[in-house]
Structures are given as C-alpha cells and as structure tokens.
Design a protein around this ligand. Structure first.
Ligand SMILES: C[S@@+](CC[C@H](N)C(=O)[O-])C[C@H]1O[C@@H](n2cnc3c(N)ncnc32)[C@H](O)[C@@H]1O
Length: 313
C-alpha cells in the first residue's frame, strides 16, 4: 500500500530516538524482510533463484553416493528463505534428502531467530538429516563450532541474492573466499555466488553507473502490516541519500515501526537505515577467488543477477 506524506504528517505520532540500522538488526526488521521479499520478489529474482538451487541439488544428488553425508551451507541465510524454498521444493518433488544436512549462517541474531521460528512452521525440514541455524560471520566461517569439523566437506555453498555485496570492508571478500576454499569438498563441492547485475562493473570502477531502470530501490513511502505483532505497521520511507564512494554504494532511508490504535499512532522503533553494497570489478572478483584457491567453472545470468560458480582448484 502506498500512502501520501500528508496522510503520514496528519496522524498523531511520537518518536523514540533514531537508531542506526543495517536493515537486518531488529526483530521487526526481520519480519519486514520477509514481507518485503514476498511483495517485491520479482525485483530481485527471489523465485528464480529457488529454481537454480533446487535443480543444482537435484543434479548433485543424482551422482551422490547414498548413505554419505551431503552438506549445504547457506551463508547470509537471513530468515532462511533459500533453505525453506529448497526444502519445500524437495518435498513437492519427492526428492530423497535424508542424507542432506542444511546449515544456515547469518551475522544477525535477529535474522537467525526468525529463521528458527519459521523453521517450526516448515514441516518439510524433517526430511533432512539435520538442520541448524547459527549466528556467524562470512569471513570466519570455519571457526564456528558447527563448521569446525566440516573442512573439505561442504558440497554446496550459497551466498544468495547478491548478499556477498555486504562484504564492503577491505579484505572481506578475500577472507570469505579463503573460508569457502577451506570448507568446500575437493572435486565435487561448489559455491554459488550471485551478484546483482547492477552492481557489476566490467571495466574500471570509475566507469560504473547505476542502471536506474532495473535497480530495486526504495522509491515510495510504503506500509506493510505486521502478521506477528497485532496493530503494528512497518512504514518505509524513500531513499533520501544515495552515494558511491571507493567502490561502495551507500543508500540511506528511514524505517519506522508504528503501533496503531484507530487514528492514534506511536512510533515504537525509529530506524535510520544505511545499506552499503560493494560494486564488483569482475576481474578482481575472479582474481581474489583464485588467490584463495577457487576457480570459476561457470557463469550465467538470471534477470537481475549474475551467478559465479566456484570449485576448489
Ligand atoms: C539480502 S539478505 C539475504 C537473506 C537470504 N539469504 C535471502 O536470500 O533471502 C542478506 C543477509 O546477509 C547477512 N549478512 C550480511 N553480511 C554478513 C556477513 N558478513 N556474514 C554473515 N551474514 C551476513 C545479513 O544479516 C542478511 O540477513
């Protein structure tokens, strides 16, 4: 639902102090992420990626030796969207996943909490040998207890919906690739790393320009009704600042959690969101992966993403 700014100003409101947010770091934002992806999924390939990952799993299991473990690691799992889709798709097509273990890792406790809650409402997860949701950083995966004994044993590693672009600090992509190389099963293990096409630069970074036609940015004030918290509405304002500095795109906008009773409203969480996303020079991406011991074996495009598939050298 789109509402006018006047309508917003006319409502009586009170504002708690603004909190800086990265878009994923509150329980409300975790629910909002799901509401947003369900309503805007087309803009960021949220269904076509399910087909990519499910067909990859199906192909891999055709050559997998029954009885041996097969492990999928979903980095930046968020609220578990990709693993939930995989699980439901496997159940719908009667794929035997009894050897398959799923591990979802995310750096935000709030996203993991929501993934765990959604898990309870996803009966198809019982078809897997084990499912775990863990708080952890993409740049130090192998130090996590759940992964410390999995070196060389990850069959499929995902970092879905361009989330690798969140690795904006110096050396973070290199550290993530080093972790992926440590964890992937030699020979058959694959890492699927999609990057939003708009964030890919084939030449030098100074030539990069945003494609305004395809970029799925927050352009309108929008409201989403919470399904979890009675009377709560999420109000998302348009981006008010968008800048690019040293290969990173910074978008800022406000996001309020509003409790409504009739025409009265109270803002209960007042977020100043800043999302920072890396813009990728393909040559550098491939070089960093190679230096970590990974080789790109396949590259393909979907409507909004470029997928890079890596295996261990
Ligand atoms: C765009 S969401 C994607 C969620 C989910 N994979 C999906 O496809 O719907 C990005 C997720 O990556 C997580 N994330 C960002 N940086 C991370 C890092 N360095 N390590 C682990 N997770 C990270 C965020 O907390 C967020 O949940």
């Amino acid at each position: 639902m789109t509402i006018s700014k006047d309508a917003v100003d006319n409502l009586s409101s009170s504002y708690p102090r603004e909190r800086k947010s990265n878009f994923y770091d509150s329980n409300y934002l975790a629910e909002y992420y799901d509401l947003w992806t369900q309503s805007k999924g087309d803009a960021v390939d949220l269904r076509s990626d399910a087909n990519v990952y499910f067909s990859t799993l199906k192909r891999s299991l055709q050559v997998h030796h029954r009885g041996e473990p097969y492990t999928i690691l979903d980095v930046g799992t968020g609220t578990g969207r990709v693993l939930i889709n995989l699980s439901d798709d496997a159940a719908a097509s009667d794929l035997d996943v009894s050897d398959v273990e799923l591990i979802g890792v995310d750096k935000e406790q709030t996203m993991i909490d929501r993934a765990q809650a959604v898990h309870l409402g996803t009966p198809s997860f019982t078809n897997f040998s084990h499912v775990s949701w863990v708080v952890g950083e993409a740049t130090c995966l192998s130090t996590l207890p759940v992964l410390s004994l999995k070196q060389g044993q990850i069959d499929l590693l995902l970092f879905a919906v361009g989330s690798i672009s969140h690795l904006t600090s110096v050396n973070e992509p290199q550290r993530f690739f080093a972790e992926a190389a440590t964890l992937l099963r030699p020979g058959s293990g694959r890492a699927y790393i999609p990057i939003q096409s708009d964030l890919i630069c084939r030449g030098s970074l100074s030539e990069w320009k945003l494609n305004e036609d395809t970029w799925a940015e927050v352009r309108d004030t929008d409201e989403f009704v919470s399904k979890l918290y009675p009377g709560v509405v999420y109000r998302q304002f348009p981006i008010h600042s968008s800048t690019v500095k040293e290969g990173v795109k910074y978008d800022k906008y406000n996001f309020q959690v509003v409790e409504r009773v009739g025409l009265e409203e109270r803002v209960v969480e007042n977020n100043a969101i800043e999302i920072s996303l890396r813009i990728w020079e393909v040559d550098k991406l491939l070089q960093w992966a190679q230096e970590a011991g990974l080789v790109c074996v396949e590259e393909f495009k979907s409507s909004h993403e470029n997928y890079f598939v890596f295996r261990k050298v």
